[in-house]
Ligand binder design. Structure first.
Ligand SMILES: NC(=O)c1ccc[n+]([C@@H]2O[C@H](COP(=O)([O-])OP(=O)(O)OC[C@H]3O[C@@H](n4cnc5c(N)ncnc54)[C@H](OP(=O)(O)O)[C@@H]3O)[C@@H](O)[C@H]2O)c1
Length: 351
């Protein structure tokens, strides 16, 4: 049976930036086995969306890697998404309402409010409807707005993964005290990282621009450094802390800046894996250095973790800061805002 048409935003080749985005009418996708169709109420952008369009991941992923289970390392590869960039504007983080379910779906029915992480392969969040796997769809309680929910998937899962898997932090406040540095703490990942880290037994130092220092303090950071000052550029903790882990979401900071600020077994988890970060990673491994730098290439996607994060928002333990919201017919403006790199919190698009 022919499907109704919907408004969607797509691109069909690498490059082009905002000019490469096209507004199209395409059939509403049909949910297959174990999939749900969501009427999107809000989608959030991540820098990876425009980086993929720009072709920035091509040098890193020229062939299929073997799948490495997520739990084995913080250096995670997931190769399948590299070979399926076709015509969609990749945007994977959505919140909305289930309107149709595929065969075998057990946990959702039409009318359920949800948050979902869409497939890396197809994205499809810049549209009126999108299909999500049941396993990456979680209920959204009425206390969590579509905008608050849509901000979570990739950014909060990234922060959660680094803190719990790479650092081993317990988010119930138990466990040994850890010193955490979050760079770019005002951004999508960083603002969740500060809040999640403070649920554990931590001291959090954060970097951001001068205009966002009060905002980052309000998230719970114990000390905040303006990255444009000498101490901020040197990542020097005002209270002399040495870091157990750095969640590094900024760019252009070298190992020689991190090294003196790390604890004896401190780790820098690099969210933007540059060639020099890869070189440092290899060198530190080969020389059995206790201090390490690890690039985080792809975050393992787990429905139960997304469910946990939505519950934290419901309980008021974390919040989604919204930088700006755009209607779907102005998706280019949201795209440009993300490319600009100065968001405070999350950029949202609403059909
Ligand atoms: N590896 C992975 O799996 C993974 C997952 C998620 C994200 N990422 C990457 O992580 C990076 C951060 O993501 P995001 O969503 O948080 O980005 P974002 O929201 O675009 O970050 C923007 C924020 O970063 C701040 N910032 C920029 N440079 C800074 C610096 N040198 N020091 C301190 N703050 C700085 C900006 O502050 P000002 O406006 O004041 O400059 C702005 O508030 C992106 O490159 C993204 O692609 C990787």
């Amino acid at each position: 049976m022919a499907r109704k048409l919907m408004h969607a935003v797509q691109y069909d080749s690498y490059g082009g930036g905002t000019a490469g985005l096209k507004h199209v009418e395409v059939p509403v996708p049909a949910p297959k086995k174990k999939e749900v169709l969501i009427k999107i109420e809000a989608a959030s952008l991540n820098p990876i969306d425009w980086k993929i369009q720009k072709g920035m991941l091509r040098p890193l992923y020229p062939w299929k890697f073997p799948h490495v289970p997520a739990e084995l390392s913080c250096l995670n590869y997931k190769a399948d998404f590299l070979f399926c960039i076709e015509s969609e504007a990749l945007c994977t983080d959505v919140a909305g309402e289930v309107v149709e379910v595929g065969s075998g779906v057990e946990n959702f029915k039409a009318g359920d409010k949800v948050v979902a992480l869409l497939s890396d392969c197809t994205g499809g969040g810049l549209a009126e409807f999108a299909v999500a796997k049941e396993s990456l769809t979680v209920p959204r309680p009425q206390e969590v707005s579509a905008a608050e929910g849509a901000g979570l998937p990739l950014a909060a899962l990234t922060a959660h993964h680094v803190l719990t898997q790479c650092l081993g932090l317990k988010l119930d406040g138990m466990g040994p005290r850890k010193n955490v540095l979050v760079t770019a703490a005002s951004g999508g990942v960083g603002h969740y990282a500060v809040q999640l880290a403070k649920l554990g037994n931590t001291h959090v130092t954060a970097t951001c621009g001068a205009r966002n220092m009060d905002f980052v303090k309000s998230l719970g950071a114990d000390e905040v450094l303006d990255y444009k000052t000498p101490d901020g550029a040197a990542l020097r903790s005002p209270s002399g802390q040495k870091y157990d882990v750095v969640i590094h979401g900024a760019s252009g900071i070298s190992w020689s800046t991190f090294e003196p600020n790390l604890n004896a077994k401190g780790k820098v988890i690099v969210l933007i894996p540059s060639a020099s970060a890869m070189k440092t990673f290899a060198l530190k491994k080969l020389t059995f250095s206790k201090k390490q730098m690890e690039p985080l290439l792809v975050v393992p996607k787990k429905g139960e973790n997304l469910d946990y994060l939505v519950k934290l928002v419901k309980e008021g333990k974390i919040k989604t800061a919204i930088d700006s919201q755009y209607p779907l017919n102005k998706a280019e403006d949201a795209w440009a805002k993300s490319i600009d790199g100065h968001a405070t919190g999350k950029i949202l698009v609403q059909p």
